[in-house]
Structures are given as structure tokens and as C-alpha cells.
Design a protein around this ligand. Sequence first.
Ligand code: NAP
Length: 255
Amino acid sequence: MALRLAGKHCAVIGATGIIGSHIAKAFAANGAVVSLLSRTAPEARPKLEPELLPYKPTDSAPSDNPSVHRFIGLDVFQHNSIKEVMGGKKEGSAGPVDILVNCAGISQTTVMKRTPDSELRDIVDTNLLATMIVCKHANIRPHGCIINVSSLMAIKGVPGAAAYAASKAGVIGFTRALCRELSPRSIRVNALLPGWVDSPMWKQLKPELKEAYLRDTPLHRVAHPAEIADAAVFLAANSFANNCVLNIDGGLSAA
Ligand SMILES: NC(=O)c1ccc[n+]([C@@H]2O[C@H](COP(=O)([O-])OP(=O)(O)OC[C@H]3O[C@@H](n4cnc5c(N)ncnc54)[C@H](OP(=O)(O)O)[C@@H]3O)[C@@H](O)[C@H]2O)c1
């Protein structure tokens, strides 16, 4: 049986992170050729490349697909380089993609009053503005798909994460509007809202906060990053999944 993403070219921004790297691995395991992007993607190549199923082009794969998984440096703070890397035609640019995942993100662990203004701006710039600029410049093929990684915090109030929550809520509004704008080219646009994932973001929480979240989560555990990646594969592969705002949080959203 053909793999679900056979012959697709997927670009994952934030592919060196715990969630992004699992998404890249899951896409490769489903037959895609993956461009992994982040500031440190080229340096991460020796560690991540052996974990990716090597790409085998199919007869129907577009001739301008990359022939192997690629590791491309991209700092989403540098808007000119987003344009060059995502939309450019030069060697080393991402090129046409079928699936784009915006997974680069930074978190917040301080209440508003104690968060420097520059940090508030950085959070919104990285999590929201960069997502918009990447989507603006990416060369997405007709019938392609965008997956924007938001967060449960976009829809659930949590102290100590106000700018983060606002940036992730913005991602949902952006996703919905872009879904309408890209309809003439049949490009699907979806948002993924993970709850807590076994990750550095989770590990840096105070023990009492972790206990409270685990108590409130009906499944009483955090997600394995592979469970989030599995949801990304669903959104990428299901050709009727459009404008989904998919929470995958062990039920924490019900609490
Ligand atoms: N962990 C959770 O529990 C959780 C829950 C809900 C939502 N999320 C969201 O899921 C996404 C991934 O989270 P994670 O836990 O995997 O975080 P992570 O392990 O810290 O990874 C963050 C990724 O973002 C990239 N990144 C950060 N700033 C960047 C920049 N200026 N330019 C390019 N890339 C940049 C990092 O790459 P480099 O450092 O190499 O540039 C890395 O690949 C984030 O959007 C996060 O908000 C996470």
C-alpha cells in the first residue's frame, strides 16, 4: 500500500525542536521528502538525519522535489531571509512545497508585569508574525496544506503566559482567514493545538504547576511528541481537513 505522504515535499519550520523533529520524522516515515528548517538545522543534521526514513521518489512525484531530506538554516526574525529561503529560487531555498508546518516557537514563564517589553515583542514576532510572513512567502503547490502549530493556551487562560497565549490565539485567527484566502488554489490551512507535551517547555514548569496540570488532565499525563506528530500527519493527509482547529491535549481543554 502507498504511504500516506508518498512523493510530497514537506517543509517544517522549527524542525530541530522536540515537536518539530517528531513531525519531520513522521512525515518521512509516511513517504515524504522533508526540508527541515530552523536557526540550527544544519548543525542538527548529524543527529537528526539518521532518524529520518530515507526518501524514495515515486513515479508521480514532481520533478522539482528535492531528492533527499534537507537541513536549511533559517532565523524567522530575519524577514528578508524568510523571503529568500521560502520564496526564492536559488540553491538552498525551500522551493515548492506540498505541506508547510509552522512549528517554530518560544514560550513565556513570567507574569505580564515582570516580562520585559522586548520579550513580549519577541514572543509575538516569533510565534505569530513569523508564521504570517512564512505563509506569505512560501511557494505552496495547489492542493497543498499549511499546518500552524498553536497551543491549548490560545483558548484556555493560564497565568504567566499572556503574550504566548495572545500570539497563539492570533495564529488561530490567521489560520481561519488564510483558509478562505487560499481557497482558489485549494490549499488547506489548519491549526494544531497541543496541550502539555513531554518537552523542555514542560520540564521548566514548577513542580506544583505540573501537579495541577496533571490533576486537571483527564488522562493524567502529558503527550509524547510522537502523538502530536501523528495529528500533523492526519491534517496533512486528510484532503477534507480544512480550517481544523484541532486540540490534542489529553482532555485538559475540558477542565
Ligand atoms: N512543548 C509543549 O508542551 C507545547 C505545547 C503547545 C504548543 N507548543 C508549541 O509547539 C511548537 C514547538 O514546541 P517545542 O516544545 O517543540 O519547542 P522547542 O523544543 O523549544 O523547539 C522550538 C523550535 O523553534 C525553533 N525556533 C525558535 N526560534 C526560532 C527562530 N527565531 N528562527 C527559527 N526557528 C526558531 C527552534 O529552533 P532553533 O533554536 O534551532 O532555531 C526549535 O526548532 C512551538 O510553537 C510551541 O509554542 C508546545
